[in-house]
Design a protein around this ligand. Structure first.
Ligand code: APR
Length: 233
């Protein structure tokens, strides 16, 4: 196996499932409880901002009460102990990677941040946001959750693609591989000659694209995988 100097990791909702945060597409998940077009698009926010704030206020409160689990802690350990680069990209908007001591690139935004739709100023969101809240920078009543909604461009893509094109190992953890561009990251990494591994409870839509797979609960499989990587296996 080629020497691993740079690892890129992509995490999805599955890594936070054992912290009590619901995933989107598992049985009874968030998209079984809410229609995406009602709570997670710019059009939804224009049509019914109260409903959108209500959806994110509930998730913000839940995330604020959640604790990181052994999988988050293991990735933080990998970042601090691995002699090369460990670039952690997350689709998750909770702060559980940071709570465990890791640095994560939030490509879908963060529940803990607010964004002004007028001047694009960002600030720490209050636990509960309401319609018409004003921006602390321009005073426009256009504060919104700093979340990337369907139809909007994910954040930090240039930085992420550059990392994928120069990595030796790509791991996807707890993601169904159904939403692009994240679902395409494995192909980008493979084209760069990286080894690829998927850690999930079950097969995902992108399982076919990964060389290796570890099946099981992230809180069990991720710490074991991190031990293997740190031991150079
Ligand atoms: N351990 C490991 N994997 C798990 C666990 C667990 N305990 N629980 C669930 N999973 C896996 C599921 O098998 C599934 O593949 O996590 C994945 C969750 O998939 P989704 O609910 O689709 O979440 P995700 O892939 O993060 O969604 C991507 O879609 O709705 C948008 O913006 C939203 O960021 C989200 C994106």
């Amino acid at each position: 196996m080629r020497k691993v100097d740079r690892i890129v990791i992509l995490t999805g909702a599955g890594i936070s499932a054992e912290s009590g945060l619901g995933t989107f597409r598992d049985e009874g998940g968030l998209w079984a409880q809410h229609r995406i077009e009602d709570v997670a698009t710019p059009e939804a926010f224009v049509r019914n901002p109260d409903l959108v704030h209500q959806f994110y206020n509930a998730r913000r409160a839940q995330a604020a009460d959640a604790g990181s689990n052994a999988a988050h802690v293991a990735l933080a350990r990998l970042q601090s102990e691995f002699p090369g680069d460990v670039i952690l990209v997350t689709q998750n908007v909770d702060g559980l990677h940071e709570m465990a001591g890791a640095a994560a690139i939030h490509m879908h935004g963060e529940l803990s941040r607010a964004l002004c739709a007028t001047c694009e100023h960002r600030w720490d969101a209050p636990l509960s946001m309401e319609t018409g809240a004003t921006c602390p920078a321009c005073a426009a009543p256009t504060a919104r959750p700093d979340i990337v909604w369907f139809g909007e461009m994910p954040y930090h893509l240039d930085q992420i693609v550059e990392a994928l094109q120069t990595c030796d190992l790509f791991a996807a953890i707890g993601t169904s591989g159904q939403v692009y561009p994240a679902a395409g990251f494995v192909e980008e990494a493979r084209m760069a000659g990286a080894a690829t591994i998927e850690l999930n409870l079950r097969d995902s839509d992108m399982s076919h694209a990964f060389e290796d797979h570890i099946t099981g609960l992230a809180s069990v499989t991720v710490p074991k995988w991190v031990d293997q990587v740190l031991a150079g296996r």
